[in-house]
Design a protein around this ligand. Structure first.
Ligand code: LLP
Length: 437
């Protein structure tokens, strides 16, 4: 049996064996890259389960009526969703497609909350038909839903804008005056009243302030704000909140300098505010929901990509076989993803390079001026923290088929998504007869 030298580098959950090769759940990633080809997403099942258990036990220690709604936009691979369903998770779905895939993954419709934005009527109809609770984001949606369903005692909830926003990038801030999401706080009581007048039975309130937040302060402000709005609504209309949903946004460290969110302290502080305020406003003991996406799956996956070209131009470029079509975050948000030379993990970082993808756009870079070990063509790079908003934001741009995904569990490797073929690039297209050749 190979003795593994397990070294954990920083907070980034990276493990290395005695040959200086990166491993995931005791599997050498170099071997799987050889077997399955690159680019390749590799997911660590145990890490997802640990992430879920950590957040669930942190909160339930202080407040029993607690639910985790996995924000599945982060990663909709069916196997990933099955793992979270097995753990007992519920779902935050933002589109009919996410509702559909969640049902396919075995989630009980009663454990799915649909929070759509700019939703059209046939989408509301579809979600209603599935028996999924609708969290309304606008007065327009409320009015239209009242014509689609029989509102008598029909359960709904509302997303409000708590006027607190935070996030790792301006595109990822979802509260405050610039945000398109939620009902204005000063209108909340009237909107709940209007819903009740129409016959609906509102049972919840929701807010989501943004994504990629490591600082607990904005969450505390938002929890206070949401509870204040709920208290105000409850003082003006006849309502019994079954749940108050604080949304997602819990960050993970991407850079070596960032520190993990202390989830126990976080849960203690948030539940303290929740308990104090529900008591202050006489709201009883509603369920506390949170909707983490990134926190559950972000650090459970790496993207493996092979170096095929080293170019000494005006800068030194390390050219790899993935691009922003595979992992968009660096190009879209300037996001940092730690990069490891998976076959030389312990080698000293000796030079500054740019790691460039294979898409024909100048913005297709995974890193600029990154200190890395001496790299040769054929080396394997692992781009860390590629479990959230990675495959789910991948595209076929430049007509490159999307990669494969593997799941590792207890040293066993299973394929959970086949690599697309060239045929997949056009299999929904149709050429009019007159243009056929
Ligand atoms: N709930 C709602 C209503 C959301 O819109 C989101 C994310 C979440 C929960 C989960 O947020 P999380 O816990 O994952 O931060 N593509 C961006 C992130 C966009 C997040 C959009 N909404 C990125 O790659 O950073």
């Amino acid at each position: 049996m190979m003795i593994l030298l397990l070294v954990i580098i920083m907070d980034l959950n990276l493990k290395v064996n005695e040959n200086g090769n990166m491993t995931i759940a005791n599997v050498d990633v170099n071997e799987i890259a050889m077997d399955y080809g690159t680019p390749l997403y590799v997911i660590d099942e145990e890490r997802i389960r640990d992430n879920y258990k950590r957040v669930f036990s942190a909160f339930t220690k202080y407040y029993k009526k607690f639910r985790v709604l996995y924000a599945c936009k982060a990663n909709t691979n069916l196997a990933v969703m099955r793992i979270l369903e097995e753990e007992g998770s519920s779902i935050d779905a933002v589109s009919p497609g996410e509702v559909y895939i969640s049902l396919k993954a075995g989630f009980d419709p009663k454990r799915i909350l649909f929070t759509g934005n700019n939703v059209k009527d046939n989408e509301l109809e579809f979600v209603d038909e599935q028996g999924v609770l609708i969290n309304l984001d606008s007065i327009s949606q409320l009015e239209r839903l009242s014509k689609i369903v029989n509102p008598e005692n029909y359960k709904i909830s509302f997303r409000v804008n708590p006027m607190v926003g935070a996030g790792h990038h301006k595109h990822c801030i979802t509260g405050g005056v610039m945000s398109k999401f939620g009902i204005k706080e000063e209108e909340a009581a009237n909107v709940y009243k209007k819903a009740i007048d129409l016959g609906f039975k509102p049972i919840g309130m929701h807010a989501h302030i943004g994504s990629g937040i490591l600082d607990p302060e904005p969450f505390k402000l938002a929890t206070n704000a949401l509870l204040d709005i709920a208290g105000d609504v409850a003082s003006k209309v006849d309502i019994d909140f079954e749940f108050l949903d604080l949304g997602g946004g819990l960050g993970i460290p991407y850079t070596p300098e960032e520190k993990i969110l202390d989830i126990n302290k976080f849960a203690e502080e948030i539940t303290a505010i929740f308990k104090n305020k529900t008591k202050e406003y006489g709201l009883g003991t509603p369920y506390l929901y949170i909707e983490p996406g990134r926190y559950l799956v972000g650090d459970a996956s790496v993207l493996l990509t092979r170096v095929n070209t080293i170019k000494n131009s005006y800068r030194k470029f390390i050219g790899v076989d993935a691009g922003f079509n595979t992992l968009l975050r660096p190009a879209m948000y300037d996001s940092y993803h730690h990069i490891v030379v998976a076959n030389k993990v312990n080698n000293e970082e000796v030079e500054k390079v740019d790691v460039a993808g294979n898409v024909c756009e100048s913005g297709d870079l995974f890193a600029r001026d990154r200190m890395l070990p001496k790299i040769e063509e054929g080396d394997l790079l692992a781009i860390l923290n590629a479990g959230a908003y990675s495959f789910s934001m991948a595209s076929q741009y430049n007509s490159r088929p999307r990669p494969s995904e593997l799941l590792i569990n207890n040293g066993e490797v299973e394929i959970i998504r086949k690599r697309e073929s060239y045929k997949d690039l056009f299999n929904k297209q149709m050429v009019p007869k007159r243009l056929e050749k």
